[in-house]
Design a protein around this ligand. Sequence first.
Ligand code: NAP
Length: 260
Amino acid sequence: MNFAGKVVLITGASSGIGAACAVRFAMASAKLSIVGRNIDNLKKVSEKCETVSGLKPLSISADITIYDEIQRIVTETIDYHGKIDVLVNNAGIALMAGIQDGVEPLDRIMETNIRGTYLLTQQVIPYIVFTRGNIVNVSSVLSTTPICTMMPYCMSKAALDSFTKCLAQELASKGVRVNAVNPGPVKTNFLTRAGLSNEQSEALFASFATNLPLKKVCEREDVAELIIFLASDNASCITGSCYIMDCGVSLGDGGKKCEM
Ligand SMILES: NC(=O)c1ccc[n+]([C@@H]2O[C@H](COP(=O)([O-])OP(=O)(O)OC[C@H]3O[C@@H](n4cnc5c(N)ncnc54)[C@H](OP(=O)(O)O)[C@@H]3O)[C@@H](O)[C@H]2O)c1
């Protein structure tokens, strides 16, 4: 896959899946705008990308819950690169919370995972329409597999899938594709940032690696590979699709009965 001359804007590129995605697009010679809040981490990702492609990404320190900062992401990208071909809406948060934990977790999660993503996309659409580009949203297998102790997070990703399909419908006639990737567990700092201790997170991932049907979890690079495929011309017939990559999470426990 070759993205030479293409401009790719990635949110949440300062760590985890977004950082792996930035490096993967750099390997394909894309010009990058990488967005996050942690400036030190953005700098490290930028250096990795530059080593790989020889192209220095535009690093934008911005919080997608703040409208002025969303506007700045777009104006800085256009001032620097002149266009946008691909938007990867990857920035997201989770909290270990259910309905009995008050409304604050719901508000915080929706503010980032939905409102911020919605507003940024709104700002980017005219540029993506101009380039007949495409959008990839980073959702989760939890959009369709409920975990009550992460209820607002699951709800936010269900909304993101719906956003993906509605937007795909709205933009199809303009030649713009919109898709989502729906990963299962991926070893990043995501769960510790959501409120688990390091020990709890380690134990959970060890148990996933033993108990999931494929006896492993996805690496962040695996998710990046699916994202770049969906963003590429190889996926020119795909729009409005939500691709699960979960090592079998959504197959449930029934598979155990089939193990020989
Ligand atoms: N890890 C998993 O198991 C898993 C599974 C399914 C889906 N996902 C999804 O994958 C995406 C990336 O998660 P990850 O696992 O890579 O976690 P991560 O390492 O915690 O990365 C989250 C990224 O989002 C950014 N971010 C969060 N809130 C932001 C805000 N308000 N403004 C700007 N940037 C913000 C963070 O930036 P800073 O660090 O700079 O603040 C960071 O770069 C999320 O959408 C998540 O829901 C993860």
